[in-house]
Design a protein around this ligand. Sequence first.
Ligand SMILES: [Zn+2]
Length: 545
Amino acid sequence: MGMVVAWVLLSATTVVQARDWMYAKTANFEVYTNAPKVDARILVARLERFRSTFLQILPGAPFHQPRTTVYIFDDERDFRPYKPLYQGKPMDIAGVFRGFPDEVVIAMAASGELDRVIPTIYHEFIHLLMHARGYRLPPWLNEGIAEFYETMEFSGDEVLVGKHNPLHITQLTRGRMMPLAKLFAVTHGSPDYNESSRMGMFYAQSWAFVHYCLTADRKGRKRGEGFNELLAYLQLGYSAEESVQRAFGMSAAELEADLGAYVRGGRYTVGRYNIPGAIDPKSIGFQKADDFARDVALTNLKWRIHQNGSALLELRQWVARNPESPRPHEIIATLLNYDGERLRSMQSLEEAAKLGSENPYVYAKLAEDSLRQYLSGVRPSFRLPPEASAELRAWLDRAVQLAPNYTDAWDWLALTEAFSAKPRPAMVQTLQEKRMVFGNRPRLLAGFSLLALRIDQKTFAEHLADSLLATPSVMKRPTARSGVRMQGVKNQNSRNWMQRAEYYPEVRGIAQAVKRELAPKDPDAKKPARGEYRPAEVVIEFIEE
Ligand SMILES: [Zn+2]
């Protein structure tokens, strides 16, 4: 019955769907297209090539990229119903990128002016990759990096990096640069920050800053020296001024003068790398898309772009059409979460999990939300009820099985083990290996601090707690403005999800609780280490009883 209604209702959107849609799965993308295979292959090969090159130029720890679906429409007319709207009309753009924690969509028209749109896709993709790697950088650096790398060009094995965007040069030449203190203070709520018009002085100067850091000749320094350190200090939550001082050995005022001279000099070096890795488009194998998967995929795209309309209704129809598929439930969960319906969203995630969803986000998100209920005001002696432990472990084990580099899932696993009646020795061992790979992530360290306490390694437990309490990002609290932009609140700009700050109240709470537990009776007996972040390389071992 429901299916009949569905087909009548959807007749308007089946125009595009009537034509042959092809599907491909590459290393990092799922692709749906109704364009000639050759066009689609070239575009996907370009995205893969960009991704691998960017990651080689800016290397880092392994990470998990959210599920990324690429839609390649044959022409503008097919793309039109999915385009973002401006004043109620489809925008005049050839492509769009939208990121959500569970899934990212990229849509393009193969016949469009792709050279105009590709840098924008690269730009947003850079935000995604930096976020997936765990970076939570301030807007000026986030945008500077994206602006710097979005102009990347390829020719065979040769890669050109750092070509300028003429709009930035015009802006920097004609306008007045803002003082660095002002640039550093720009937040996502500032008028200077507006992702939809990437032309202002804020973007130009952020670009120039990164260009200067990576390509300028500075006295006694190698090109690019200090940039990774800058990222690391900002990541730990140090202020921009402090991070500049620590990374470059100069004050922000000195850097400001240097940057001013660099921009006035007007000479921007382009980096030429030799990085093999071009992907043969022919190696991308397309097959005819399954009707159901294609219909769900197109509903998904429409919702990700417009966030309104008939998506929920359509998705419910897709559930009725194929009750065994977890896919509509995954999308319904995100839609409900976006509408502020947190509880119903979790129910949909559970449904997707029961049906065997292969998106690791489903399991990590279920575990995170469940675990967070326990973690406020928690004491080190707290133990999860056995059923809760079992459920959390099942979800998180599945998440890391699907995505072995899913750092968030490992974080929550560490906390789950720490609060379980019996930590699993093999898992604790694995977590220590992961800590070596992924670095010192606050939640992972908080988990280890508790685990150390449990086996009476007091010095190590306290040391970790001290390190966490000395980490600015752990101590940071949301300000009134940033507090408004919480996940799952209606009408926020979804693109900002990738640029939002992250807070660690549960880590702070755990570290403080560990300290209280270990507080010496004699207050002079021990002086806590303060002011520097330096987790020790101690290995702790849980022996099977
Ligand atoms: Zn951006």
